[in-house]
Ligand binder design. Structure first.
Ligand code: NAD
Length: 260
C-alpha cells in the first residue's frame, strides 16, 4: 500500500529519523533523507539505501532553522518526486539548563527546529497532499509533549506546541485523505540522549552506564530504551490504511513514562 509513495524524513542522518527512514524504504517508499553530518558519511548512507531497497533514496540537505532552506528542501523534493506523500517531522535538538540560566539564543534555536520547522514543512507539503487527496503527517514529538521535566523549558514548550499544531492540522484536513499525528517516544539511546548521559557522568563522576541506568530509572518504568526500529514500525502503522481514521492524536512509545 505504501509502495511507490514518497517519504521525507527530516533529521534522518542518525537516530530515530534514520530508523524511520529505513522502515519506509523497506516498505517500498522513495525516501528523502535530510539532516546534518559529514558529506562522505551521508553519501555512503544514500548508496546503502539505494543498494538495499528497491525504491529511490536521495539526500536533500537543509538547515531547518532557516525558513528559506526549508522552502528549497520542499521545492526540491517536489521536483524530484512530484511532492511528498508522507512527511515525518523528526529533526530536533535539546538544550538543558534551568530557566534563569537558559540562553535566549538556545531557546530560539530549539523552538525554530523542534516546532517552527514542523509548521513550515507541513504548510509546504499540504498543497501536494490535497491535490492527491492522500497524505500522512507524522510528527516526532516526545513524552515531553505530554509532561514536563526540569531544565528543558524550550524543548517541553516546543513538543507541547507540536502536539497542539498537529491537532489543528488534523481538523483542517479531517474531510480529506490526509491524517496528522504525533509519536511520543520516551528515552531512545541516540546521539541526543548520549550527550545528556555523558554530561551527567562528567558532572557526577560516575560511569556513563551508571548514569544511563539512572536516567531510565527516573522516568521510564520499563527500564529499557525504546529503539529507532520500533519507532519506525510505529510510523509505518500511522501511514497505513488501518490508521486512516486516526488523526489529531499522539501515540506514546515510552515504556510507561507517561502512564505515571
Ligand atoms: P539525533 O541527534 O540522533 O538526530 C537528530 C537529527 O536531526 C540528526 O539527523 C541531525 O542531523 C538532525 N538535525 C539537527 N539539527 C538540524 C538542523 N538544524 N537542520 C536539519 N537537521 C538537523 O536525535 P534523536 O534522538 O534521533 O532525535 C530525533 C527526534 O526525536 C527529535 O525531534 C527528538 O526531540 C525526538 N525525541 C528523541 C528522544 C530520545 O530519547 N532520543 C525521545 C523523544 C523524542
Amino acid at each position: 500500500m505504501l509502495n511507490g509513495k514518497t517519504a521525507l524524513v527530516t533529521g534522518s542522518t542518525s537516530g530515530i529519523g534514520l530508523g524511520i527512514a529505513h522502515a519506509f524504504a523497506k516498505a517500498g517508499c522513495n525516501v528523502v533523507l535530510n539532516g546534518l553530518g559529514n558529506a562522505d558519511d551521508i553519501a555512503a548512507l544514500v548508496d546503502q539505501f539505494n543498494q538495499d531497497y528497491d525504491a529511490k533514496t536521495v539526500f536533500l540537505g537543509a538547515d531547518l532553522m532557516n525558513v528559506s532552506e526549508i522552502e528549497n528542501l520542499m521545492a526540491d523534493a517536489a521536483a524530484e518526486f512530484g511532492g511528498v506523500d508522507i512527511l515525518v517531522n523528526n529533526a530536533g535538538i535539546q538544550h538543558v539548563a534551568p530557566m534563569e540560566d537558559f540562553a535566549p539564543e538556545k531557546w530560539d534555536q530549539v523552538i525554530a527546529l523542534n516546532l517552527s520547522a514542523c509548521f513550515h514543512t507541513t504548510r509546504l507539503a499540504l498543497p501536494y497532499m490535497k491535490e492527491k487527496n492522500w497524505g500522512r503527517i507524522i510528527n516526532v514529538a516526545s513524552a515531553h509533549g505530554l509532561v514536563a521535566s526540569v531544565n528543558k523549558a524550550a524543548y517541553v514548550a516546543a513538543k507541547h506546541g507540536v502536539l497542539g499544531m498537529t491537532k489543528v492540522c488534523a481538523l483542517e484536513t479531517a474531510e480529506t485523505g490526509i491524517t496528522a499525528n504525533s509519536i511520543c517516544p520516551g528515552w531512545v539511546r541516540t546521539e541526543l540522549v548520549e550527550r545528556q548521559i555523558e554530561k551527567r557522568a562528567a558532572e557526577s563522576g560516575r560511569t556513563v552506564e551508571e548514569e544511563a541506568r539512572d536516567l531510565l530509572t527516573e522516568k521510564q518504568p520499563s527500564k529499557e530504551f525504546v529503539t529507532p526500529a520500533q519507532l519506525g514500525e510505529a510510523a509505518l502503522f500511522l501511514a497505513s490504511d488501518a490508521a486512516s481514521q486516526m488523526t489529531g492524536t499522539s501515540l506514546s512509545m515510552d515504556g510507561g513514562w507517561t502512564a505515571q
